[in-house]
Design a protein around this ligand. Structure first.
Ligand code: NAI
Ligand code: MG
Length: 366
């Protein structure tokens, strides 16, 4: 059977950027003989319109059955007044929760042509290619006890950082598997100097490496130092493995090393399926951008790069992923720019589909 993909375009610019991904998928079929079983359904506000809920049970079942899900974005002012349970983001959260996507991947890759968009100096970021693997379903955002309690006549707000060995093991395996497809280097980040969960984290990650991934180079770093190193010399990293809280902060920090929101892909991975590959959902980091929706202004690159991640991590088509990334790099080097990428040096302004045209032309020439 062909590899399967469920496309959930969602709201706002979601369908606009997804249209360009569909052209890339069509190109792979036509020019590379790679056929995918693509199905499409609604999520978020679009699902509310179609089914009366932000994610229908039938869509959830499809998501569980396919090799990978590719999502655009959800949300918009139109849906802000809906009841909590009907809000678009509930659809996204349901997917993440029921697919048990515990490893969130945020690459920070700096394309040379955009190095001046970075918050840092060009030579610090040019050629940067790092991947942050953040534990997504446990840790301090979920640990019990949590709440605001009254204690000794005043209130106290409590959250609990909590990690079991198996929660650490599974995300560590995700990171080591990913490192095998990259530069084979993992930096595990915690605060073992002041946190018990950090001591356990370091011990478990080291044990998994020694037993199962002796080919991977493993280093450990305290989270505060990691924040400093990301800004000082980010190219020292390949894969950064960290918990939910530190990963939230470090991945936003890393995102600004590379520039526009319209360029940032992500993936969320769960347990290996019968075919050995992880359960997976891919999506751009950006939202539905209602301020530019329907105007042909959206940059489709974040979503196309998310699909490239799917090629690499869900379909074992790393060479095709690289082909797409190289085509994007070429288009950017040629000065082709959606509005969000237009800097003081200028360039050729294009619409969403104009960027798609340029990427397809670069693929044709590859
Ligand atoms: P946003 O990411 O949608 O937009 C922030 C800014 O970046 C806007 O000025 C937008 O025009 C621009 N931008 C975003 N993506 C772009 C692209 N591909 N090309 C060019 N410019 C782009 O975040 P915002 O404005 O906070 O949220 C808007 C809606 O999206 C809300 O309903 C929010 O809940 C939802 N949202 C959904 C997410 C998701 O589906 N994963 C993530 C973040 C927000
Ligand atoms: Mg955040």
């Amino acid at each position: 059977a062909n590899p399967s993909l469920l496309i959930l375009p969602g709201d706002g610019i979601g369908p606009e950027v997804m249209a360009e991904v569909k052209r890339v998928i069509g190109w792979l079929g036509e020019k590379r003989g790679l056929a995918f079983d693509v199905s499409e359904d609604a999520v978020g506000g679009a699902a509310y319109e179609k089914y009366g809920v932000p994610l229908d049970d039938s869509t959830m079942a499809k998501a569980q059955a396919v090799d990978a899900v590719l999502l655009g974005a959800v949300g918009g002012p139109k849906y802000d007044t809906l009841d909590f349970a009907l809000k678009p983001e509930r659809g996204l959260l349901r997917l993440r929760k029921e697919m048990d996507l515990y490893a969130n991947l945020r690459p920070a890759q700096c394309f040379d042509a955009l190095a001046d968009f970075s918050s840092l100096k060009r030579d610090v970021v040019a050629g940067l290619d790092i991947l942050i693997v953040r534990e997504l379903t446990s840790g301090v955002y979920f640990g019990e006890p949590r709440g605001i309690f009254t204690e000794g006549g005043e209130r106290v707000g409590i959250n609990t950082q909590r990690y079991t060995e198996s929660q650490i093991e599974r995300v560590a395996r995700s990171a080591f598997e990913l490192a095998r497809k990259r530069a084979k280097k993992v930096t595990s980040v915690e605060k073992a100097n002041v946190m018990e969960s950090g001591i356990l984290w370091r011990e478990v990650v080291t044990r998994i490496r020694d037993a199962e991934y002796p080919d991977i180079e493993l280093g450990h770093m305290y989270a505060d130092n990691c924040a400093m190193q990301l800004v000082r010399a980010p190219k020292q990293f390949d894969v950064i493995l960290t918990d939910n809280l530190f990963g939230d902060i470090l991945s936003d920090c890393a995102a600004m090393l590379t520039g526009s929101l319209g360029m940032l892909p992500s993936a969320s991975l769960g347990a290996p399926m019968a075919n050995g590959r992880p359960k997976a959902m891919y999506e751009p980091v950006h939202g539905s951008a209602p301020d530019i929706a329907g105007q042909g202004k959206a940059n489709p690159i974040a979503t196309i790069l998310s699909f490239a991640m799917a090629l690499r991590y869900s379909y074992d088509l790393g060479d095709e992923a690289t082909r797409i990334e190289t085509a994007i790099e070429k288009v950017l080097a040629d000065g082709v720019r959606t509005a969000d990428l237009m800097g003081p040096e200028g360039g050729t302004p294009v619409t969403t589909s104009g960027m798609g045209d340029a990427i397809l032309a670069a693929l044709d020439a590859s």
